[in-house]
Design a protein around this ligand. Structure first.
Ligand SMILES: [Zn+2]
Ligand SMILES: [Zn+2]
Length: 395
């Protein structure tokens, strides 16, 4: 399978670079959707538009049977790419810095390979190109599930992947159980009377409230949650003040909580609220907390995990499979699909010989051989699940 996928290297690189040059932000992926639709229709797939800018290509085998859903994301990020690449983004302030251009190319590559196998398939492959994955806490996958996407067909298995800069190209990271964390968003607004910076005793200090809250919230992950359960609390935004000698009447901060155990969502919400209010109280301020639940954790189904493992072993060899990795505290709204049907999500080695820029970096790039590997693994899982078993012998 890897050899067959390798023959697609050039067209897949060409498609990936074409997508990379014209990124679009979540919910606005109209040109990307149109381009993907062209490719899928050229392969003879039935193309549906289930919701918003989403595209669903359906490849039907000769005989009816279950469906396997493969998912890629359509959206890019509001990041200015570093200049100098021949295939660099031509849209100022917008970049495929999370590798979604590669994910799309791999799904198209899989459609190319499986379209040749159509007559031998008993069932369907659904190629889902999903909008707005980067739009935590809402995201695009949830809307698709709520619009009844999965109710319209016999999906028995869903697969997702992410290009992974921590792994060398030619490897796959896979683990059963929790893989990617749940991610919520919070915003805290401190309000007080404000006052002269030289007379803090006569003012209520919203800046001090926000500062103390940042430290206290980080401590929450270390002291209020069982140490064996991974939790991250990060404040990524602080806004306050406009003058060095004025204590402002308002200060705000915003951040995210990440956790693997779904029951921690309610605990963290309560803790963020009580810390914000307690800290505000010390400084004579009030705290208003807006805590929005975001993506659930991705939890790999045992059978789906085994299917991916077998596909990696068969298409890429034993040395390619890495099962020793810890779960990631990043989030991905593939979890909304994975909650509905048995699902497998894996990390695809993306690092070449050079530097390894992280996801969401303006330097992000990956070794394009990964496109071949991802195409091979996805195709192999689908074939193993859907190929018609020929009946031999005379009975
Ligand atoms: Zn991302
Ligand atoms: Zn991503």
């Amino acid at each position: 399978m890897l050899e067959r996928a390798a023959k697609l290297y050039r067209p897949l690189v060409e498609l990936r670079r074409r997508l990379h040059r014209s990124p679009e932000l979540g919910g606005e992926e109209t040109h990307t959707s149109a381009l993907i639709t062209e490719y899928l229709q050229a392969l003879g797939l039935e193309v549906r538009r289930p919701h918003g800018t989403a595209v669903l290509g359906v490849l039907r085998g000769r005989v009816s049977g279950p469906a396997v859903l493969l998912r890629a994301e359509l959206d890019a990020l509001p990041i200015q790419e570093v200049p100098g690449r021949s295939y660099g983004s031509q849209v100022p302030g917008c970049m495929h810095a999370c590798g979604h251009d590669g994910h799309m190319a791999m799904l198209v590559g899989t459609a190319m390979l499986l379209a040749e196998e159509r007559d031998g398939l008993a069932g369907e492959v659904w190629f889902l190109f999903q909008p707005a994955e980067e739009k935590l806490p809402v995201g695009g996958a949830r809307a698709l599930v709520e619009a009844g996407l999965l109710a319209r067909g016999p999906v028995e298995l869903a697969l997702g992947l992410h290009l992974w800069p921590d792994l060398p190209v030619g490897t796959v990271g896979l683990r059963p159980g929790p893989v990617m964390a749940a991610g919520d968003i919070f915003r805290v607004t401190f309000t007080g009377d404000g006052g002269h910076a030289a007379q803090p005793h006569a003012a209520s200090d919203t800046v001090a409230s926000a500062g103390h809250a940042v430290i206290a919230l980080q401590g929450l992950a270390r002291r209020q949650v069982n140490a064996v359960s991974p939790v991250v609390v990060s404040v990524g935004m602080v806004q306050a003040g406009s003058s060095p000698n004025v204590l402002p009447a308002e200060a705000a901060l915003a951040g995210t909580t990440r956790y693997l155990d779904s029951e921690l969502g309610a605990v963290l919400k309560t803790q963020v609220q009580s810390i914000a209010r307690a800290v505000a109280g010390i400084h004579g301020c009030r705290a208003e907390v807006d805590y929005q639940p975001g993506y659930p954790a991705i939890v790999n189904h045992p059978e789906a995990t085994e299917r991916v493992a077998q596909a990696v072993l068969k298409s890429m060899g034993a040395g390619a499979l890495r099962q020793d990795l810890a779960a990631s505290m990043l989030s991905d709204d593939f979890s909304y699909l994975g909650r509905e049907v048995p699902s497998g999500y894996f990390w695809l080695g993306a690092a070449g010989a050079g530097p390894r820029p992280t996801l969401h970096s303006p330097h992000f790039d990956f070794d394009e051989q990964a496109l071949v590997c991802g195409t091979a693994v996805l195709s192999q899982v689908c074939l193993a699940k859907l190929v018609r078993k020929e009946v031999h012998g005379d009975g």
